[in-house]
Write a protein that binds this ligand. Structure first.
Ligand SMILES: Nc1nc2c(ncn2[C@@H]2O[C@H](COP(=O)(O)OP(=O)(O)OP(=O)(O)O)[C@@H](O)[C@H]2O)c(=O)[nH]1
Ligand SMILES: [Mg+2]
Length: 379
């Protein structure tokens, strides 16, 4: 898919940078362009994949004072950059931002600039702040969310609370592994290695991984899929569909040394059953545990299922079972699905990605909404 990605603020810029990061497996890189706007020069400096001339520094005070001339000219600079792309260069525009931050306030300006000169649908990818960030940010985030929803063609929601918890868990796990793998002799008490990895970086990787899988779906491949899902179908699933969540679960396959034994096993009835069960389990994990934000997907209007992995591993039986389950679970009648066979040398894992769209709300948003509504009523 050809995407123009606009990263606003620290969260948005970092997510945009991660989405366009070239991957070792992606020789068939699609047409991606990214622009970053932030009020922290240090953040802009450390974006590795976005072109220098696509990074815009926007001082904080200027954003808060829309009447300032400096505000106008920074917006004009971004506008010129956007207008520099030929009509038809992209299939869609994706605006990434952290709700509750400062730069998210630019969304209305930018959407109107985009609508002036482009026909492409505009989507937002937003993060909901974690509880520890305090009530003020949470309330601001809710306001931002509802105003953005009215302006764009769909809002993909990631819950930072859920994903930070997961990221912290992952960091702890690696720390423990490191600790136990070191011989006692070398362990110096009190000098544990400094955790250099920011949990947000892990969260951003999880977010980017989901978007990249979608971007790559339907690209020209050496191995033909049984059911093709192209960019148009992905966009049709999310277009005009309010709140959107993305579930994704992946399982590594045994390394190539074992592949021959695996092949033989694949031919057996037990092997076939195991492969089908793997797909079903991954789908359940994607929906119940590894989803961008928990939601009641029985309220979804549309859904999309995408299987990726080595062709031999993409069990048709498993695929059909997942299709039936999702189709019967959602409220609407539009469900799309497809597979993305990838050579085992490039991707030694199987994954299931599931999109729910047309959600009237998601669990955390509903929770925040009820909490703050109640508070407002008591005031
Ligand atoms: N997923 C993710 N969320 C982030 C990251 N950094 C910040 N956030 C979240 O995004 C929200 C907005 O923060 P920023 O993106 O820094 O906001 P901003 O637009 O740069 O504006 P400031 O508040 O002035 O920094 C925060 O409340 C966090 O919940 C990040 O790297 N990844
Ligand atoms: Mg910031």
């Amino acid at each position: 898919m050809r995407l123009l990605i606009l990263g606003l603020g620290t969260a948005g810029s970092k997510i945009a940078d991660d989405i366009i990061r070239p991957s070792d497996s992606s020789s068939r890189c699609s047409d991606l362009h990214a622009i970053a706007v932030d009020n922290d020069p240090n953040v802009l400096e450390h974006l590795h994949h976005i072109d220098e001339e696509a990074k815009f520094y926007f001082p904080k005070d200027d954003i808060e004072a829309p009447e300032l001339l400096t505000t106008r000219f920074t917006i004009d600079e971004v506008k010129n950059k956007l207008k520099g792309f030929d009509v038809g260069t992209h299939d869609a525009v994706l605006i990434c931002a952290g709700l509750g931050g400062g730069l998210v306030d630019l969304v209305p300006h930018l959407v109107s600039i985009i609508r002036e000169s482009m026909f492409e649908p505009v989507f937002a990818l937003v993060t909901i702040p974690a509880e520890e960030e305090g009530e003020r940010r949470l309330i601001q985030a809710m306001k931002n969310l509802y105003s953005i929803r009215a302006l764009v063609d769909g809002v993909i929601i990631f819950d930072n609370q859920l994903w930070l918890d997961k990221a912290r868990g992952e960091l702890q796990e690696t720390a423990i592994k490191k600790e136990t793998s070191k011989p006692d002799l070398f362990r110096l008490p009190g000098t544990a290695e400094k955790q250099s990895m920011d949990p947000y970086d892990i969260v951003n990787r999880h977010i980017a991984r989901r978007i990249r899988i979608l971007i790559n779906a339907g690209e020209i491949q050496r191995q033909a899929p049984q059911t093709v899902l192209d960019s148009r179908e992905i966009l049709n699933t999310i277009m005009g569909m309010s709140f959107i969540t993305i579930g994704f679960a992946e399982e590594k396959l045994p390394d190539s040394g074992k592949i021959n034994i695996l092949r033989q096993k694949n031919e057996t009835r037990v092997g076939r059953q195991e492969r089908a069960a793997r797909i079903v389990k991954l789908a359940e994990r994607a929906v119940f545990r590894e989803i961008s934000a928990y939601c009641d997907f029985s309220q979804a209007k549309k859904a999309l299922i995408l299987l990726s992995g080595p062709e031999d591993e993409l069990s048709m039986k498993g695929y059909m079972a997942v299709r039936k389950w999702i189709d019967e679970s959602i409220d609407g009648f539009e469900m799309r699905s497809g597979d993305n066979p990838v050579s085992a040398r490039i991707m030694n894992s199987v994954s299931v990605l599931i999109i729910f769209s047309g959600l009237p709300t998601v669990t955390r948003v509903q929770d925040l909404y009820e909490r703050f509504e109640h508070k407002k009523n008591n005031e």
